[in-house]
Design a protein around this ligand. Structure first.
Ligand SMILES: Cc1cc2nc3c(=O)[nH]c(=O)nc-3n(C[C@H](O)[C@H](O)[C@H](O)COP(=O)(O)O)c2cc1C
Length: 215
């Protein structure tokens, strides 16, 4: 691992959709990017609920292998505890290309919009905004309350990309992973990373579906 690495920070908060986080991290690693990972306290519950995986700070590399379904022995990933305000991503002087919060709970959306910094995930997002680096917030909730919509508007005004976990169907998905990868691909588009995670709109009705699934 290079000493001058400049990672993307990935924050996993306690919203449903652990698979979205896994797809984004896998795609970043596949693209040769470094990842700094922050798992919120509540995300441990969603990870446990959705994967049956107890996230352990002391064994995070093994747990990451389960989360990502890949060998992580040499993966360029660093994790930071959600309660560690002395962690690198807590400071604007720590090098980072940007941050993705995926999935983002409405609580995290609120905390980031209001600058609460109640844990390292929210602090790192606040730092990303203040340093004018790309911040993508992948909110996962439905329906939305008025306050969540106001918080999303605040994030947009502050320069973040509000990118709901909200897949399209024009590429004719037949597997859940294709829906997950659609969202992950949009996240990578938002931070300027080339990817072919989903079949793009071709400018003609049905063409993307045919390209993805055949005639
Ligand atoms: C299994 C489970 C699923 C949840 N799913 C969502 C969700 O989809 N969206 C959401 O906003 N909150 C969801 N929550 C509630 C959040 O975890 C809760 O608001 C928490 O305070 C979020 O904290 P965090 O943003 O610090 O991770 C869920 C909680 C659990 C236990």
């Amino acid at each position: 691992m290079s000493s001058n690495r400049t990672p993307f920070i990935v924050g996993i908060s306690g919203a449903s959709g652990t698979a979205y986080a896994a797809a984004v991290i896998n795609a970043l690693l596949d693209a040769g990017e470094s990842v700094d990972l922050v798992v919120s306290k509540s995300a441990r519950l969603t990870i446990l609920d959705e994967l049956g995986l107890s996230w352990r700070d002391g064994h995070w590399r093994e747990d990451l292998a389960v989360l990502l379904d890949r060998d992580t022995a040499n993966a360029d990933v660093v994790t930071w505890s959600a309660g560690d305000f002395a962690a690198g991503p807590s400071s604007g002087s720590y090098p980072a290309k940007g941050m993705v919060v995926v999935p983002a709970s409405t609580a995290s959306v609120a905390g980031i919009a209001m600058g609460l910094s109640k844990d390292l995930l929210q602090r790192a997002a606040d730092v990303t905004l203040k340093e004018r680096r790309p911040l993508v917030v992948c909110v996962r909730e439905t329906p939305f309350t008025r306050s969540t919509m106001e918080h999303m508007l605040t994030l947009d005004i502050s320069g973040a990309v509000v990118l709901p976990c909200n897949p399209a169907f024009y590429h004719g998905p037949t597997h859940v992973q294709q829906l997950v990868d659609f969202v992950a691909g949009k996240v990578l588009d938002a931070i300027g990373i080339d990817n072919d995670l989903f079949t793009r709109w071709q400018g003609e009705l049905g063409a993307a579906r045919k390209a993805a699934t055949g005639p």
